[in-house]
Design a protein around this ligand. Structure first.
Ligand code: MN3
Length: 201
């Protein structure tokens, strides 16, 4: 299959003032592209793995030759994570489905409480990484965070993610990661997160 940089469904400037255009452009065309390029390079010697989707490869990481395994974890993770991240962003006002809302309330008591738990996971992730909302095998929602480009497939299916690498916010927010996280809620595509939730069940 072709491994190419996915188009965004909005313009780089559309998420301003919450995420600035320059950050979006560099993040998409440089960072995400580099992960995809290096992922393909790492798997060039095993074309059968390049036929698979990156999610499939990451979920069966022991099938990847040992000498390129860490490169695939890092760059395949970056490939997969950003693909999810762009999809759950939008400049439009969206609403979550009643089913997702009810499940968040069931598992986190309230939407506000969920947002607080998620923000805390994102703020306290030391160094570079991601905060996640994951659906486990029993359909329960779990908030977690990972370092680097690691994906929490061991916990379940990721449906929502926030990049807290400095490259995601430093131009506009410098060291103020909590402000970036607070503003992130303005550009969440709840419609897409709800679709991801339905698909995960
Ligand atoms: Mn990133």
């Amino acid at each position: 299959m072709k491994h190419i940089l996915p188009d965004l469904s909005f313009k780089y400037s559309d998420l301003e003032p919450y995420i600035d255009a320059k950050t979006m452009e560099i993040h998409h065309t440089k960072h995400h592209q580099a992960y995809i390029t290096k992922y393909v390079e790492a798997l060039n010697a095993t074309p059968s793995l390049l036929e698979k989707d990156v999610e499939d490869v990451l979920r069966n990481i022991n099938d990847v030759p040992e000498k390129v395994r860490q490169a695939v974890i890092n760059n395949g993770g970056g490939y997969y994570n950003h693909r999810l991240f762009w999809e759950i962003l939008t400049p439009e006002k969206t609403k979550m489905s009643s089913k997702l809302e009810a499940t968040i309330v069931r598992d986190f008591e309230s939407i506000d409480n969920f947002k607080e738990i998620f923000a805390t996971a994102a703020i306290t992730r030391f160094g570079s990484g991601w905060a996640w909302l994951v659906v486990d095998n029993n359909g329960k929602l779990i908030v977690t965070s990972t370092g680097n480009q690691d994906v929490p497939f061991k916990i379940g299916k990721p449906i929502f993610a926030l990049d807290v690498w400095e490259h995601a916010y430093y131009l506009n927010y410098q060291n103020r990661r909590p402000d970036y996280i607070k503003n992130f809620w303005h550009v969440v595509n709840w419609k897409k997160v709800s679709e991801n939730f339905e698909k995960s069940l």
